[in-house]
Ligand binder design. Sequence first.
Ligand SMILES: [Zn+2]
Ligand SMILES: [Zn+2]
Length: 412
Amino acid sequence: MSIISCHECGIASDVDSLKAGEQARCPRCHCHLLGADRDPVQGPICYALASLIAFIASLAYPFMSFSIQGLSQQISLYQAAEVLANFNNNTLSVLLIFSVLVLPAIYLVCLLYLYSCISNTVLKNRTQNLQKRILKILSRIKPWLMVDVFLIGVLVSLVKIAALADVSMGISFWAFAIFTCLMVKTVSTADLYWVWQQLFPVSADDNDKISGQCFQDNTHLACHVCGLVHTYSEHTHDCNRCSAKLHRFEPGQNLQVVWALLFASVVFYLPANLYPMMYTSSLGNSQGSTILGGVIELWELGDYPVALVILFASIMIPIAKMISLSYLYWHAQRVHSMPVAESYRFLKLYRITEFIGRWSMIDIFVVAILVALVQIDGLMAIYPGPAALYFAAVVIFTMLSAMTFDSRMMWR
Ligand SMILES: [Zn+2]
Ligand SMILES: [Zn+2]
């Protein structure tokens, strides 16, 4: 018998009879609990392999080129981050390299290895410690994969500079677009809890007693890394399967942390809007533009769709996210029992907030691409402004705050 405790509402459900191609959803909040592809092993292997090939192709050729008055500049994906590092903006270049190149590559290679272990018994039995370590790493890096956000950032920066010069896309750009689609498919096909169950099947004897019980009532402990459910005991501290620390339901402590992270993002929000996001220097004149300034400039140039994208991603989403998170935390702090319909309404708001948060990174990627691409000595150059880093901090802290929040508080 296999039990999964819903990480969003805390109810424990039996998901034993799951067949290939089926998905188990929480009976109370309908969130995804466990699922496998129609071809549970070969499917993810094929998608991950195809993604990896497209990824290598996107590094091998020129990504974009830019030409103005007969002078041209060409960049590869890797150069974009390298140029940023040269401007003493190492944090931004590390952010770009990790979220767009390093983490996706690690994710794909590790996933291929794990699924190969499922299908190969010799490999499976030989490298068990390594498999556990890899699975732990994968669950940590999954929220930070930003290839899809980066692709939209590239398209926005394309429109931004199209008014100033001729821009053309290289082979790598098309390879990257294919890579993005395949990567999104791979991430949605691979289920890490399912992989844990295949590689390290554990069955507890008293699981039938836990089924239908709530985590909030201290009936069980659920591992946030591998999903294994344990009978509640004061003496159980670590997960039997992956040795991760088991967290008890501690609403007060959780709220302190999420409020602190949210407060940090509010503090960074002010300089992110007051300082210039980037400087454009053209024929000796240097001009800074803030986030709002950039939106107004695009609007005046007639690029309404792009102006709206930046307005939404950089101004509306961060504010909406901060307000809705404060609203959720404030409610979670005060309400000690809630009807199911209302809990569900709050959970929906939380899901939307968590989903849209990462899209605010678009503007950061736009700055990174423009800075890397537009560097023509004496004629035109773009430099990153201090707001880029502050804005990245706003996005990261709101994401951390939303990820740390225990939504089970709303299901008491
Ligand atoms: Zn649920
Ligand atoms: Zn575990």
